[in-house]
Design a protein around this ligand. Structure first.
Ligand code: ADP
Ligand code: MG
Length: 237
């Protein structure tokens, strides 16, 4: 669907592995086990979907992989680096350099145009104005919105906004794309398109893509689907 050459991205995917990973949250006197001694791995440059009911620990897992939260115990290996032994500084670098997030609610800044949304993380990363504009335009064509750069988010449909959000996640060329219920706010046609777009980032550009969803329709576009229940991976039904 796109004419963007694979050489546009410099960073290929990463291998991700978790071992004995646990995350407990304390709410007052109660402890919630969001993840329980979980083992899982995904190879470099592949796309995996994780399906499971609400509350089974999907968001917790993505937050740990993305370095926005720390586990209670266990290991998280991104290629040869162990996130659990990283300082806050290194974890912050992991978030900025390695990870692109896609969320259910698009997360675009409403007052600026699509292309300005895409330029923002690049400006912050110190990319020159000209290169920002060029890269933002390429990212827009990658997601099939080359002609809509001047629109503000509210002038775009939900499906289009989520395409911009996928482009935004790619802005700083991360190795790992983490998508948390990315189709949760879309109709079935747009949901299928977004799922397919995300899967293609592994196939076309060698990114590692992890999508989590409670929705069987969303995960069916992925070559590999894992199931989670109660904070653990289980054999697919
Ligand atoms: P999912 O994304 O699969 O719906 P979550 O990872 O959000 O699941 O949540 C897993 C479990 O951990 C749930 O029981 C949830 O209530 C609990 N949980 C998640 N985040 C927190 C938090 N920040 N504080 C306390 N409990 C939490
Ligand atoms: Mg969730």
């Amino acid at each position: 669907m796109t004419t963007v050459p694979a050489s546009f991205f410099k960073h290929r995917g990463v291998r991700v592995e978790v071992k004995d990973l646990s995350k407990r949250y304390r709410i007052g006197p109660e402890e919630v086990h969001a993840l329980r001694d979980t083992d899982w791995a995904i190879e470099t440059g592949t796309a995996a979907a994780i399906m499971g009911p609400s509350g089974c620990g999907k968001t917790t897992l993505l937050n740990l992989l993305g370095g926005v939260d720390r586990p209670s115990s266990g290991q998280i290996k991104i290629d040869n680096d162990d996130l659990t032994s990283m300082s806050e500084r290194m974890l912050e670098k992991h978030r900025l350099v390695n990870v692109g997030f896609v969320f259910q609610f698009f997360n675009l800044i409403p007052s600026i145009t699509a292309i300005e949304n895409l330029e923002l993380p690049m400006v912050m990363a110190g990319v020159s104005d000209t290169e920002c504009r060029e890269r933002a335009q390429t990212l827009l064509s990658l997601v099939g919105l080359a002609a809509k750069g001047e629109k503000r988010p509210e002038e775009l449909s939900g499906g289009e906004q989520q395409r911009v959000a996928v482009a935004l996640a790619l802005a700083n060329d991360p190795a790992l794309i983490l998508a948390d219920e990315p189709t949760g706010n879309l109709d079935s046609t747009n949901a299928a398109a977004i799922s397919t777009l995300l899967r293609g980032l592994a196939e076309d550009y060698g990114k590692t893509v992890i999508l989590v969803s409670h929705d069987p329709k969303t995960v069916e576009h992925f070559p590999k689907v894992y199931s989670m229940r109660d904070g653990q991976f289980v054999a697919a039904a």
